[in-house]
Ligand binder design. Structure first.
Ligand SMILES: [Fe+2]
Length: 291
């Protein structure tokens, strides 16, 4: 059972380069914590990685003397590379993602014609989380909400009165996530947004990204009530058919994220690079016209 009465402390760290928010969820100095959707900096022109964003997570965890129980992903991100292995090395903690990641691994194994030793059973992660599975973060109880649509393996995490929605919806003035990646589906995303929006109105919702329009400041916390009243794509009254039509038309206009090719290839390996070649270097692939 989750404990919605509990109000965990949520610290968000915004990564300007990828518009991503990494969360550290805990119950005060010295408690256990979960890290959700971390970022490894990746420079696409050179293929160079760096850890400025991850160091901010490490600094916060260290300053608050937190013990990392979990390093969680809401899905295999297409717009940034996870820092999970780096954080695990420096902070310990178990890596985890929704168990439908195996479907995503199968699809991208085909698209990238990955090496025959690439495992498509999710074993790169320490643990695969099933729908409705509960997990402990110290005394805080977490619950996995399966919310596919953006990808077939998306999950949200409910920790006390806070839900980390991943790429299902964004702030009310931005709307919802795209559904045109392999295995994505607008009808499915609509159902997932209704699932989240059926939670108690005061439930705090934390976005995985913010793309602030009209020069508003970056924001990443809202509530079920606010989304139901104001989300431009899924406020109360918008039907599934209206949503699917809007989402499909809009997705047809969107370019691929700058980091999709490196991000997907690394994130389906839980953040590890592909096997080194004989010269000791890892390489990523660019399929021509395949995505
Ligand atoms: Fe995403």
């Amino acid at each position: 059972m989750t404990s919605p009465s509990l109000t965990p402390i949520v610290h968000g760290i915004f990564d300007k380069a990828t518009w991503t928010i990494t969360y550290i969820v805990h119950q005060g100095v010295g408690s256990a914590c979960a890290i959700i959707d971390s970022v490894l900096d990746y420079e696409p022109k050179s293929g160079r990685t760096s850890t400025t964003s991850a160091e901010k997570v490490i600094d916060y965890v260290t300053a608050h003397q937190l013990q990392v129980a979990w390093i969680l992903e809401t899905h295999a991100h297409a717009d940034h590379v996870t820092a999970a292995p780096y954080l695990k090395k420096h902070l310990v903690g178990k890596t985890a993602i929704g168990d439908h990641i195996t479907q995503v691994q199968k699809v991208f194994r085909g698209i990238f014609n990955l090496e025959s030793t690439f495992q498509q059973d999710g074993s790169q992660f320490d643990h695969l989380l099933a729908s409705d599975e509960v997990f402990q973060v110290g005394e805080l109880v977490g619950k996995v909400l399966l919310v596919p649509g953006h990808t077939p393996a998306c999950v949200a995490y409910q920790l006390g009165d806070a839900v980390f929605v991943g790429d299902t919806m964004f702030m009310p003035d931005v709307g919802t996530a795209r559904c045109d990646f392999p295995g994505g589906d607008a009808r499915t995303l609509y159902a997932s947004t209704r699932k989240i929006l059926s939670l108690p109105p005061e439930t705090r919702l934390f976005m995985c990204h913010d793309y602030p329009p009209n020069e508003r400041a970056v924001a990443f916390e809202t509530t079920v009530a606010e989304q139901r009243a104001k989300n431009i794509h899924v406020h109360d009254g918008i039907t599934e058919a209206q949503f699917v039509e809007m989402r499909t038309k809009r997705d047809a206009t969107l370019e691929m994220p700058v980091l999709i090719l490196p991000a997907v290839q690394i994130n389906i390996r839980a953040g590890e690079l592909p096997p080194q070649e004989t010269n000791g270097v890892s390489y990523l692939k660019i399929p021509i016209n395949a995505l």
